[in-house]
Design a protein around this ligand. Sequence first.
Ligand SMILES: *[C@@H]1O[C@H](CO)[C@@H](O)[C@H](O)[C@H]1NC(C)=O
Length: 543
Amino acid sequence: MGTKLRVPTVTVIFSVLVLFAGFTLAKQDQELKRCQHQCKVAQKLDEEQRERCARECKKYYGEKEEGKGEEEEEEGWKYWSLVEDPRQKLRKCHADCERVAEEDERVCQQRCEMRWVGEEEEGRDGKKKEKKKEKEKEEGKEEHNPYVFEKGHFDTRAKGEGGSVFLLPKFTERSELLQGIENYRLGLLVANPNTFVSPVHMDADAVFFVTWGKGTVTLIRENKRESFNVERGHIFRIPPGTPVYLINRDDNEKLYIVKLIKTINLPGHYEAFSCAGGKNPESLYTAFSWEILEAALKTSRDKLENLFKKQDQGYIFEASREQIKALSQHEEGGSGSGKVWPFGSESRNAFNLLNQRPSQSNNYGKLFEADSGDFKPLRNLDLLASYVNITKGSMSGPFYNSKSTLIAIIVKGEGYLEMACPHVSDEESSYEDKQSGSGSSPSYQKINSRLRTDTVFVVPPGHPFVTVASKNDNLELACFEVNAEGNVRYPLAGKWNVVKSYEREAKELAFKSKVEEVDQVFGNQDDEMFFAGPEEEEGRAFM
Ligand SMILES: *[C@@H]1O[C@H](CO)[C@@H](O)[C@H](O)[C@H]1NC(C)=O
C-alpha cells in the first residue's frame, strides 16, 4: 500500500520533517503510543501483523528522532495506512495545523498533504465503490441525525486578509426538531496573529466564548469606550446594536471565538452593520446619498469619497505591532495603564470560566460553568455557558437536561457522542409519520456520532446523552445551554441517578424485579457526572 507514496516526495517530506523537528519531537512520544495503540485495535490485522505493526511504530518514531533513513519511514507508513483511514488522518492533520501560527501553518499543512494525500488517492482508485457506498450511507445517516454538524456545514459569513467568520445555517433549516433553538445561530471567528477585526454592530444579542488565543475587545456603550483583554475561557456579551471591534494581540497563536447569536429581529436571521470600512467591508455610511452625508457630517463630498474608497482588506486584516500594542493597553477607563480597576480583579465585561472552581470535578473530567448569577451581563438571556474537559478514555453522562437545549462545539480532542432520540428512527418514517403514529410507546434511536475539533452537536431537552473522550486525548467542549433558567440536570448513572431515588416498591414494580437486583445495577457507581469510559468502545468506528 505505502509503496505508492511517490519517491520524489519522500525527500521533500524528509526535509519538511526536519524543518518541523520542534513540532514533531514534542509530540513524538505521544504519537508512538498512539501508533502502537492503533496497531493493537486494528481489525484488519492478524496477530503477527499487529506485532509487526507495533515494531514499525517504534522504528518509525524512534528513527525519526535520530534522523535516520527514508526507506524505513515508508515501511512505517505502510502499517499506518492499514490501521487508520487516510482521509481521517489527513483531516485530523489539517485540523491540528490550524492552531499553529501562519508561517508554520503553511509548512504544517504541506506536511499533511505530503504524508497522507498519496494514500488517500490510492484509496480513491482502489476503493471507489466502497467509498461511494460509504458516502451514500453517510449522507443518508445525516438525514436521520439532525443534531450533529461538521466543519463543512459552516458557511463563510465574512472574510478578510487576516481571518474569517463562519456561521452554521439556521438550525431549523436542518430539521424541524430544532425549532426550540430557532432564534439562535452559532458562529466561529478565527483571526490570525496581530490582526484587527473591524467595527460592526448587529441586530442581535450575542455571547462570545474565547476558546483559543488572546484578544482585546472594545465595546462602545452609549458614548463610552470599554476595552478588556480576553483569553481562553473568557465569555463576554455583546448586547444588540453595540458597536464592537477587537484584535488578536498574540504574535503566534490564532484567536478562536465561538459566538452564540440570539436574533431579535427576524427569527434566526441577523445582520452585521459595518460602521467603518469602504469598499470591503462595505460601510453602512455609503448607503446614504452624498447630500445627506455632506449635511450630516458637515463635510465635503471630496473628503467623503476619498475616505470611503480606501478600505478593501475585508473584515479582518493585519495591524502593525505598534497598533496592536497600543490597542491592547487601552483598558477600561482608558487610563492606558494596562490595569483594570479594581486592580487585579476581572473585568466586569468578561468572565473567565477556567479561572473558577469547577462545579464538577474528578479524575475523569471537569465541568466549569457560569450563568447570570456568576456573570451579571448574562442577565435576561436565560443562558448558561460551560466548559467541559473530559479526561482521555473517560466519559460524561449519561444525563439529560430537564428544559434547556445544549449547543456544544468541540474545542480540542476526539471522541464520540451517543444520544437517545425518540423522534428520529431507523426506518424511512419521518418526524411527521411519528407524530401521527400508532400511539404505541416510543422506540429510541441511538444517535451516534464521531466528534472532532469544530464538530457541533445539539441536545434537545429531555434527551439523554453521553460524550466519550478517545483514549489518546482529553476531549474539551465549549457549551451553551439555552432556556437554562430552572433547568435540572438529571443523571441516569452515578451517585445521584434518578432510579436510586425511586421508592423500593416503585423500583420493584418498574423493573419487575427484586429491589436488590435493581440496586445491584443502579447502586454501583459512586462517581458523579464523569466516569471511566468503556473498555472496548463500540464507537471505535468513530475514533
Ligand atoms: C484539560 O485537562 C488537561 C489535563 O488535565 C489539561 O492539560 C488541560 O489544560 C485542560 N484544559 C483546559 C482548557 O483547562
